[in-house]
Design a protein around this ligand. Structure first.
Ligand code: NAD
Length: 442
């Protein structure tokens, strides 16, 4: 068994992506759906092969469209790549409520990122020397990044700090990366400057790389919702003032209780990461930065805030968002071009602002559901559809079996199979399938 498993993986890197897939198929005997879903068209395989090492396929996540977002007076339909059911519907739902009251207001800073260079054994005067040579350091950075400089970006500042415990000198190069995320740009600049900084400080460079913290590159979103709009379209017997009170309390709890805050912020990232994935942005960088920012005050807390002022629910979100509209996979993979086109080809700052609004929408929808009817009802609807599919339902059967499962409250595959059989039987005989609960009201 071992040799059969090992052989197809030998020298995998040197073979073509089609050959790799053929070899894997010999071992795993993929079914047609599995093969089609990861292989699809050979052009996509070629792209996958250009994007990562030892590519054997691509992973086509669903792209859903969160519709009719009013952001800074403009309307957006936002593509979201996600595997999680109900995320897209929740965003659209929040956009509808918020859109009726002016929509989202957003802001963002200039796209400044930081490269870090760590110098061991730098002289005692190193910090002073570097500060004196700031302009020369800046010119060198701009020469290395000349095309970025031509685009209006480039060197923006220098920071130095002796790290207390290790005594290592940390040098920050602040660089405006314009529409890029900036990782390679910053790493190029930092590596290019290492020798010069060693010369100036008498130190030895240990490592140089950007920091993903991106604290200089923050984006915010806000909305103001008159309380009477709060219950709009929502099934709750609660008065809007009570719903608002509960939302505010829930957000205060997310500031007070770390373990609640993690889930609260995860909900925000449900939106932001889905947009990042749809547009080819680096989800890990965005996630790392947002969670670091959530704990920058010394304690992990919620990224968003809610309060009621003069009968209006005020919501705010601010976080570091290093979104790119060029570079890396953004615009390279055709799926990202599809999504950027739907968004009207935003620049990086606009994309970050859309992301912040989406994150806040996601957060608001989750809080609203949590403090009223709970989130399970919405989730189970999608879960039921997937159980129906796994039980063999196809086409229109899926919805009918899912509805029947929801009506019975039994979401087992066995139940789905039995409903499916009965549906097919009744369709063959021309009977109405009500007896099994199929078609029952949702
Ligand atoms: P990149 O390497 O593709 O560089 C951006 C390119 O876009 C540059 O060549 C630049 O000249 C060009 N460009 C064209 N128009 C531009 C504009 N308007 N503004 C700015 N640049 C413009 O991309 P990057 O942003 O330097 O690096 C991002 C990639 O690096 C991502 O794939 C990321 O995952 C990866 N990465 C991340 C880390 C990390 O986060 N720690 C580390 C290494 C690499």
């Amino acid at each position: 068994m071992m040799s059969k498993q090992t052989e197809p993986f030998r020298n995998l890197r040197r073979r073509s992506v089609e050959e790799r897939r053929g070899s894997l198929d010999e071992v795993y005997s993929f079914d047609r759906e599995e093969s089609d879903a990861t292989g699809g068209q050979s052009s996509l395989l070629e792209i996958a092969d250009l994007m990562v090492e030892t590519a054997v396929g691509s992973n086509p996540l669903p792209i859903g469209l969160a519709t009719n977002f009013r952001i800074d007076g403009l309307t957006y339909n936002i593509p979201m790549a996600t595997e999680e059911p109900s995320v897209v519907a929740a965003a659209t739902f929040a956009a509808r409520i918020v859109g009726g009251s002016g929509g989202f207001r957003t802001y963002t800073s200039e796209p400044v990122m930081k490269a870090q260079i760590f110098l061991e054994e730098a002289s005692a005067a190193a910090e002073e020397i570097l500060t004196d040579r700031r302009d020369e350091i800046g010119s060198r950075v701009d020469r290395i990044l000349s095309s970025l400089k031509d685009r209006g970006g480039g060197f923006r500042g220098l920071q130095t700090r002796r790290l207390a415990r290790t005594g290592v000198l940390r040098v920050h190069l602040l660089i405006d990366v314009r529409d890029a995320m900036g990782a390679n740009i910053l790493d190029t600049a930092a590596e290019g400057l290492r020798g010069y900084l060693e010369e100036l400080t008498g130190g030895r460079a240990l490592m140089s790389i950007l920091t993903n913290a991106a604290y200089e590159r923050k984006t915010g979103a806000a909305f103001s919702l008159p309380l009477e709009r709060l219950a709009h379209g929502y099934r709750t017997p609660l008065e809007p003032t009570e719903v608002a009170r509960r939302i505010v309390l829930a957000s205060e709890i997310a500031s007070e209780d770390e373990e609640r805050a993690v889930t609260h912020n995860k909900g925000i990232m449900n939106g932001i990461s889905a947009l990042a994935l749809a547009t080819g942005n680096d989800t890990r960088a965005l996630e790392a930065a947002s969670h670091a920012w959530a704990s920058h005050g010394g304690r992990y807390r919620s990224l968003s805030r809610y309060e009621v002022r003069e009968g209006i629910l005020e919501a705010n979100l601010e976080l570091p968002l290093a979104f790119a509209s060029v570079g890396g996979a953004v615009g390279f993979h055709p799926a990202t071009r599809y999504c950027l086109r739907i968004l009207g080809h935003p620049d990086a700052k606009r994309l970050a602002r859309i992301a912040a609004a989406l994150g806040l929408a996601q957060n608001f929808a989750a809080l609203l559901a949590l403090v009223t009817e709970g989130i399970q009802r919405g989730h189970m609807r999608y879960h039921a559809a997937r159980v129906a599919y796994a039980a063999g339902a196809r086409g229109r059967e899926i919805r009918r079996v899912a509805e029947a499962l929801s009506a019975t409250g039994d979401f087992s595959r066995k139940k789905a199979q039995s409903i499916l059989l009965s549906l097919r039987d009744s369709e063959e005989s021309g009977d109405k399938p009500e007896a099994q609960g199929i078609g029952a009201d949702q």
